[in-house]
Design a protein around this ligand. Structure first.
Ligand SMILES: [Zn+2]
Ligand SMILES: [Zn+2]
Length: 327
């Protein structure tokens, strides 16, 4: 009996001890979890407050209102600066740096990342000037005039020149929509100009550069420049009734990213342009564009013309993931 009582006593003491341990562990877990949750919430809140109020909200809102007042609310001038001047400066600023590397072979921290070794080392200046004249012609005589109908479409929306800027979150949503719209339209228009009949008369010009450089991203026949370069980028904002500040940022991003995919250098921290470089070299893997394209694979099974947009993107995505996992 004594033993039973002892054992009974000891087991209940054991249970009590375990219970205490459990409640202690639960308290610690609850404390750690709630502290973590609190810190996470605080971090998310302050990050979104920071982006909204400091980096974007107040700063950009104030800057936008100052600019709007400075322009005396002249929507046409604001549109020209936002949709033409800023993106053009982004394009030529970025390509200006790359051109120095293409012409002089310096700085070596850029040229050492050249994809097609021995090509454009240095670039053929006669060929380069021809490309620059065509690019300027495309910008001045096609892209800029196309902004006139776009201006009236944006005016119809009544939100493009609003004094209140969209939120940063909404800008990110719009950016995703613009990218998807651009990807689909570029994919099919690029595929169209690869049709043998159209290729011969239209797209061959863009493919004269088998080792492309940044500036030749918009070196193209006027028809290709309209259907493949300009309309896919303009359509998203026209569908969404976007703010001119969002349009300006999107056009600049689109021009810089297409320059990256043609630049001929796989620069660190920037997306790999190898797939499009290879497309220029071999005229295959034509149906992929930046940024949803696979960075390193050459997409076996994606060059068949019968493939749909989604299939190509899916094959490419799975191929890239498999490559990443195997390394
Ligand atoms: Zn190209
Ligand atoms: Zn092509």
């Amino acid at each position: 009996m004594k033993m039973e009582a002892d054992s009974g006593y000891s087991s209940s003491a054991e249970l009590q001890k375990q219970g205490k341990k459990l409640s202690h562990a639960l308290r610690i877990s609850a404390y750690v979890f709630s502290t973590g949750l609190l810190m996470f919430t605080a971090l998310v809140n302050s990050a979104s407050w920071f982006t909204q109020n400091i980096t974007l909200g107040n700063f950009w809102q104030t800057a936008w209102l100052e600019f709007y007042d400075h322009m005396e609310g002249d929507e046409w001038t604001i549109f020209l600066i936002g949709a033409a001047l800023v993106p053009a400066l982004a394009f030529w600023g970025f390509n200006g740096i790359l051109l120095v590397a293409d012409i002089t072979g310096k700085p070596t921290f850029i040229t050492r990342y050249r994809i097609q070794l021995g090509k454009n080392d240095p670039v053929d200046t006669k060929k380069l000037w021809k490309a620059i004249y065509t690019v300027l012609g495309n910008q001045f005589f096609i892209s800029f005039p196309m902004l006139v109908p776009m201006f009236y479409i944006m005016k119809w929306w009544d939100s493009t020149f609003s004094k209140e800027l969209p939120t940063f979150q909404w800008f990110l949503v719009e950016l995703s929509i613009f990218t998807v719209v651009e990807e689909i339209l570029f994919y099919y228009s690029h595929r169209l100009v690869h049709h043998p009949v159209l290729y011969k008369h239209i797209h061959k010009k863009h493919h004269e550069w088998t080792a492309p450089i940044g500036v030749v991203s918009i070196y193209a026949h006027p028809i290709e420049h309209i259907i493949s370069n300009t309309l896919p980028v303009m359509t998203g904002p026209m569908l969404m009734g976007s703010h001119i500040v969002s349009i300006s940022a999107w056009f600049s991003i689109a021009l810089v990213t297409t320059s990256i995919s043609h630049c001929g250098y796989h620069l660190p921290l920037l997306p790999s342009p190898e797939f499009h470089d290879f497309h220029h070299l071999k005229y295959v893997c034509a149906l992929l564009s930046f940024p949803f394209s696979c960075p390193s694979c050459l997409c076996p099974g994606t060059t068949d013309r019968g493939n749909s947009f989604l299939r190509v993107k899916w094959v490419c995505l799975t191929h890239t993931l498999a490559e990443q996992l195997s390394t």
